[in-house]
Design a protein around this ligand. Structure first.
Ligand code: ZN
Length: 279
């Protein structure tokens, strides 16, 4: 697993695996002749997408940002996306047990971001995967997920969050809140109305899990949004806001769906073109 030190914090990427996504859907209105220079597709036009979770050890808490796709997909969804379900195995292999996680943060509640929040037991009952953890997710996302539009209803699986909200184990966030010292959330609308990035600061350094606002290093151009974005013009505005801080202050950007480069520094070259410099 890729790992680095950020001030006093230790950051590690854990993957829930790789899954196939339609290349056209992944790159929105960008013509294939352009995106195919950056990303390879197969004969069905699928490209590979990663499922990167970020583990932060602050010295006091162990914090997991995003929980991948999990293992509760329906047969129909497995036909489209497979179900790699590797996150727990990868955590265990690195000596991280589910009970070691103190805090889980979801940037939004699409199925490929909060899938391992819960597991279904043999008795069919849903239980938290991380028994001791306090879970956090944006309140606006949860409200929306209760009555999603026809367009993206398939992206929400209530078992991933409703039982945690009901039991009080999940706290719903308004945005711009500090969860523990050095770890806070900020709303960046575009992909959804309420998606929150997770900002990690220690020793004068900053990393940001920007989630589906900029899903991979191939999407760093301002206008290369996904067709999944509910508010594409807002995605561009939020990216402008993000880059104004992240480029100027040399933030490390964590890419949720990049199968090869989970984090990088986004920079602008002399011609004004965005570049991702690997960490
Ligand atoms: Zn999403």
């Amino acid at each position: 697993m890729p790992s680095l030190t950020l001030g006093d914090f230790e950051l590690t990427i854990f993957s829930d695996g790789i899954y196939p996504l339609d290349g056209g859907a992944f790159f929105g209105v960008v013509p294939k002749i352009m995106w195919s220079r950056k990303v390879a597709s197969d004969d069905r036009n699928y490209v590979q997408a990663g499922l990167n979770s970020l583990l932060i050890r602050t010295g006091k808490q162990t914090v997991l940002v995003e929980t991948g796709m999990g293992n509760k997909l329906s047969e129909r969804m497995i036909k489209f996306y497979g179900q790699p379900a590797k996150l727990l195995t990868n955590l265990t292999a690195a000596g991280v047990a589910p009970a070691d996680i103190d805090i889980v943060i979801n940037t939004h509640l699409h199925f490929d971001h909060c899938g391992w929040n819960t597991i279904r037991g043999k008795d069919g009952k849903i239980a938290p995967t991380f028994p001791r953890a306090k879970y956090y997710a944006p309140e606006g996302e949860w409200q929306y997920a209760r009555r999603p539009s026809e367009r993206d209803a398939i992206s929400y699986i209530p078992e991933n969050y409703d039982p945690l909200v009901e039991s009080g184990q999940m706290t719903l966030l308004k945005g711009a809140e500090e969860i523990v010292p050095g770890i806070s959330v900020k709303t960046f609308p575009g992909h959804t109305a309420h998606m929150q990035a997770v900002i990690v600061e220690s020793g004068g350094l900053t990393a940001c899990y920007i989630s589906d606002l900029i899903p991979t290093t191939a999407h760093i151009d301002l206008t290369w949004g996904m067709s999944f974005d509910l508010y594409p013009l807002q995605t561009i505005e939020s990216r402008k806001q993000y880059y104004a801080k992240a480029i100027a202050e040399k933030w490390l950007t964590v890419f949720t769906h990049d199968p090869k480069v989970p984090w990088a520094y986004v920079e602008k070259d002399e011609a004004g073109k965005m570049q991702a410099r690997p960490a």
